[in-house]
Design a protein around this ligand. Structure first.
Ligand code: S3P
Length: 169
């Protein structure tokens, strides 16, 4: 089955976007696009280095430009960085040819998934259930407004999340 549109994954860091995109590539033959990876490759730096050297705004501009560029694709699963859905312009781009899927998880679940990650600058100083909860709450409305479909990932295997997702597309 090839889709003539894209699946765009959004959600907080550690919500499972990359794991889901990997599964969909392997099991459903979709093209997999990881926006963070592409930006890091183009800039020849890790995400943390980009933030450190040029600041968040620079990274956000790269993200918007890339999302705009990706809209001519189809049958791709586009896994976005956790902040991508916060800009209206980005969401408008995502919706041009994509179904936007929000993956969610409780702060406790997210904490367990990201606690050993060192390439997430926005978690610096916030690597606790409380810190995660606070940022998640600040973002929640925008995430939900952007989403066409919302899927909870707590206590589910990646295969279960993907099967649920594919029932909607
Ligand atoms: C960010 C999430 C990261 C990455 C950057 C900013 C965010 O992606 O884009 O560190 O603002 O939530 P992941 O969601 O893949 O960790």
């Amino acid at each position: 089955m090839a889709l003539d549109y894209n699946i765009v994954l959004i959600g907080f860091m550690g919500a499972g976007k990359s794991a889901v995109s990997s599964y969909l590539r392997k099991n459903y033959g979709m093209d997999r696009i990881e926006t963070d990876q592409i930006i890091a490759k183009r800039e020849q730096m890790t995400i943390s280095e980009i933030f450190e050297r040029y600041g968040e705004e620079y990274f956000r501009e790269k993200e918007t430009a890339l999302l705009t560029e990706l809209q001519n694709r189809k049958n791709a699963v586009i896994s976005c960085g956790g902040g991508a859905a916060l800009r209206e312009k980005n969401v408008a781009e995502m919706k041009k040819n994509g179904r936007v899927v929000l993956l969610t998880a409780a702060p406790e679940t997210i904490y367990e998934r990201v606690k050993n990650s060192s390439n997430r600058p926005l978690l610096a100083g916030r690597k606790s259930v409380e810190g995660i909860k606070e940022l998640m709450e600040a973002r929640r409305k925008k995430y939900e407004a952007a989403a066409d479909i919302i899927i909870k990932t707590d206590n589910k295997k990646i295969s279960e999340v993907c099967e649920e997702l594919m029932r909607y597309v």
